[in-house]
Design a protein around this ligand. Structure first.
Ligand SMILES: [Zn+2]
Length: 277
């Protein structure tokens, strides 16, 4: 059995500041990338205990070059670097049987969401697919669904874990921390979180017979509300996008995969507005 793992960083136990997740920060980032890597390793080890045999890990945070090679088992494959057309879901259709999401976090605008965002807090206010407000977890779960993969495991803050389980009730959720605010948490220690993730991953694979792919049926309308008007100005430059409000753009596609790719591109292009003085 082959498992695809999309691993983010802000949902790692202990994390409560951008500095801890910022590759440019030489004080705190090295410590937390190690904890992120160890949580991925814990998920792999737990899945192995339940019979999973092959793993493809997609580093899904920021520069997407966070995972420490020495903290991973040596017999896994890793997707590293950025940009990638499918971003946090790169290579998800390359033959895996099921997916794990680790280190995930609450979506943009959530009340109880430490570092809550959906791809970019400076570009995205919220994104809807066919009227459903999406977190990163739901966006990637639906991309997995395109390829018939169910998501078996979600780990991260309690807000994203609870929300995701409402859409994917067959999945196992491992909340490693509770948000007290955008910059504060009540968290498990990294070691306790790793143990919980290992158990959760084992349970998730053991229960896989009940799991289903999550999908958005076509045609799909993607509505993106940007953080600021100038983000929408930039996204509107791209053919296929319709400006439907000061901070809102729309993209219509026959199927979800194209809508998702349009979203990835829009976040990139819209983000350029944040670099213009
Ligand atoms: Zn993220």
């Amino acid at each position: 059995m082959r498992i695809y793992i999309s691993c983010d960083m802000e949902g790692t136990a202990g994390v409560c500041s951008w500095k801890q997740c910022d590759p440019e920060n030489h004080d705190e980032y090295p410590t937390y990338r190690r904890y992120m890597s160890k949580e991925v390793r814990a998920a792999i080890e737990g899945a192995r205990e339940a019979g999973a045999t092959e793993f493809l890990v997609n580093d899904s945070h920021s520069s997407m070059r966070n995972l420490l090679w020495d903290e991973l088992p040596h017999d896994v494959r890793v997707v590293s670097g950025s940009p990638k057309p499918y971003s946090m879901g790169e290579e998800i259709g390359s033959g895996a049987d099921a997916a794990f999401l680790t280190g995930y976090h609450a979506k943009s605008g959530d009340r109880d969401g430490v570092l809550a965002h959906t791809f970019s807090d400076s570009t995205v206010y919220r994104v809807m697919m066919n009227g459903t407000e999406c977190s990163e977890a739901l966006l990637i779960a639906a991309l997995a669904g395109v390829h018939g993969l169910p998501v078996l495991l979600i780990t991260g803050d309690r807000t994203i874990v609870s929300e995701t389980l409402r859409y994917l009730p067959w999945a196992v959720g491992v909340p490693v921390k509770d948000s007290i605010g955008y910059y504060a948490v009540n968290t498990l220690t990294p070691l306790a979180a790793q143990a919980a993730i290992r158990r959760g991953a084992r349970d998730a694979v053991e229960r896989r017979a009940k799991a289903r792919p999550f999908t958005f049926d076509g045609p799909v309308e993607m509505l993106l509300e940007t953080a600021r008007v100038e983000n929408a100005d930039f996204i509107e430059l791209m053919p296929g996008f319709e400006r439907v409000g000061g901070r809102t753009v729309r993209f219509r596609a026959n199927e979800y995969e194209s809508a998702y790719r349009a979203y990835v591109a829009a976040v990139r292009l819209g983000g350029l507005a944040n670099t213009v003085a």
